[in-house]
Design a protein around this ligand. Structure first.
Ligand SMILES: Cc1ncc(COP(=O)(O)O)c(C=O)c1O
Length: 532
């Protein structure tokens, strides 16, 4: 094997002022690759060595490498060797050669600061922890144990993988094979046969009015939300709500509290607009407000109170009231993500934060992704009245509104009672699957994995016992055809316990049983109790 170079075989130019150091390093390395100074397959120096050579912080070098990797210039992982890609991005190979100056100008023109931050978020880099633009990492993560410059949970922006029947324990899917497609087709066909010219002409930026009313009715009766149809905005899923809220409510440098562990897609949307994430621990009552209060004051708090993502904890009423009181006093916005909370199996449903809010601090959002099907890309926001106009303005200058015919079909599906029936049927099915999982786990996983009481949702955490590492567990499980996600992948800082996330909703009973048996074998492999 070629000996790893500890330094670059030439000197990098001095960084110019005003350019973040990781950006400078990234551009120098990229130019070297394009100019052929670093040939395909060449191994880059270790990040530690490069950092020492140029007196940079290691996270700065890691960030530059991650950027090169995200764009296809290098391959391999930081830590296990980084090599110049065998095939460089096509467009570059076929592009006419530019002078070095023109190349720099073109690169500088090409992307906004937002786009650049988005790239970093996509690559899973925490800009607030990487000492961007300075030689010393400025850790803005006040919680204990966060490592400056470590990689954040990666946001899956890649195309969705090809659909296959769900293996145990696929976590990000409802039971798509149970969706009543024939019924949906009937409702859609009827709507299309009778479509009015009014509907074809398009509609309001806030969404199809009858759907906004239907969603308001549903939320008032089922989710303890208090709203009129006027406050409801139809959007393309919770992810769009996060993106909108981030753009309209946050400025670069604003702080956002994120539940730790928590939903990576939210952190990525906030980071992309330049906000700094403060991870706040989650305990048995949800986001730990007392721990949060020791941190600098945020502009926005992101929470999943109905069942915390990914731990599944329901935020207690006491905590909800305390959070609302604090938000009202401090003028903080609460972003309440109610994602897939339709599925509650036990425990008393607690009204949404929005329904308890007296100070208009809460933005409530939910989605049809897991309740109906992901391709629909429809969801809703319930906004404090004072924010409705600005969200409408943002919609008007972008998509104008999500596809109106789909909104009308969904509205019919809800109004005709199919939605409520589907949710009821799925709740029963998911409850059955959950009990298969829990029973099999009780029989096969004692001493290896403990699943806490699961009150709601389509997935659960499993706590690993006996010092088993989640990464090793996931690797061994993959070899046995079982999918588990290490909890740390959702961490925004330190997560003390070793756990894995297990999905059960999309997985048939027999497959769940097989999955538990294989997982038990995988965990025993990790403990060295079984021969490979
Ligand atoms: C907690 C949470 N919020 C939001 C989303 C994104 O939802 P949508 O598909 O509606 O954009 C997800 C998707 O996995 C999620 O898990």
């Amino acid at each position: 094997m070629a000996k790893r170079p500890s330094t670059l075989p030439w000197n990098l130019r001095e960084p110019s002022t005003g350019i973040p150091l990781y950006r400078w390093l990234y551009e120098e390395l990229r130019s070297a690759i394009l100019a052929g100074h670093l040939r395909s397959g060449a191994r880059l120096p270790a990040t530690r060595d490069l950092a020492a050579q140029y007196r940079l912080s290691r996270p700065t070098v890691v960030t530059a490498f991650e950027q090169l990797r995200a764009e296809g210039y290098v391959e391999g992982r930081v830590g296990s060797g980084t090599y110049v890609s065998k095939t460089l991005p096509d467009e570059l190979l076929h592009a006419p050669r530019l002078t070095a100056g023109a190349r720099v100008r073109q690169r500088q023109r090409r992307l906004s600061a937002y786009a650049h931050r988005l790239r970093l978020a996509q690559a899973g880099v925490r800009p607030e922890a990487n000492g961007e633009g300075t030689r010393t990492p400025t850790s803005t993560q006040p919680h204990t144990g966060a490592r400056a410059g470590t990689l954040a949970p990666t946001l899956t922006l890649a195309p969705t993988p090809k659909y296959r029947p769900a293996r145990a324990f696929r976590a990000n899917q409802p039971a798509l094979d149970q969706f009543p497609t024939a019924l949906w087709a009937q409702v859609a066909a009827r709507r299309l046969r009778r479509v009015s010219t009014q509907l074809l002409a398009g509609g309001e930026a806030l969404g199809y009015r009858p759907l906004r009313e239907a969603v308001a009715d549903y939320l008032n009766t089922s989710r303890g939300v208090k709203c009129a149809g006027d406050q409801v905005v139809i959007i393309s899923g919770v992810q769009q709500a996060l993106d909108r809220a981030a753009h309209l409510l946050l400025d670069p440098g604003d702080r956002v509290w994120m539940e730790n562990p928590g939903y990576p897609g939210a952190a990525a949307a906030f980071r992309a607009v330049g906000a700094a994430i403060s991870p706040v621990p989650v305990d048995s009552e949800g986001l730990n407000l007392e721990a949060g209060r020791k941190l600098p004051k945020p502009r926005l708090v992101y929470v999943t109170p109905a069942h915390q993502f990914p731990l599944g904890v329901t935020m207690s009423l006491r905590r909800r009231l305390a959070l609302l009181e604090w938000a009202g006093k401090t003028g903080t916005i609460i972003f309440e993500d109610d994602y897939d909370s339709e599925y509650r199996y036990s425990g008393r449903p607690i009204p949404a934060l929005q329904g308890l809010d007296r100070s208009q601090s809460v933005i409530f959002t939910g989605s049809f992704t897991d309740v109906l099907f992901p391709a629909l890309r429809l969801g809703y926001m319930v906004l404090p009245p004072a924010l409705v106009d600005i969200f409408a303005a943002a919609e008007a200058i972008s998509t104008h509104h999500p596809p109106l015919i789909d909104q009308a079909i969904l509205c019919d599906f809800i109004r005709e009672g199919h939605f409520a029936r589907h949710v009821r049927r799925m709740r029963e099915l998911y409850a059955e699957r959950l009990s298969v999982l829990l029973e099999s786990a009780r029989a096969k996983l004692p001493g290896l994995l403990e699943i806490p009481a699961v009150e709601a949702g389509l997935r659960t955490v499993g706590w690993l016992q006996g010092g088993i590492s989640a990464e090793q567990a996931a690797q061994r499980a993959t070899k046995r055809g079982v999918e588990v996600v290490p909890l740390r992948r959702y961490a925004h800082g330190c997560v003390r316990r070793e756990g894995v996330v297990l999905g059960f909703a999309a997985v048939h009973g027999g497959e769940l049983k097989r999955g538990v048996e294989e997982l038990a074998r995988a965990l025993e492999d990790v403990l060295g109790r079984r021969a490979d």
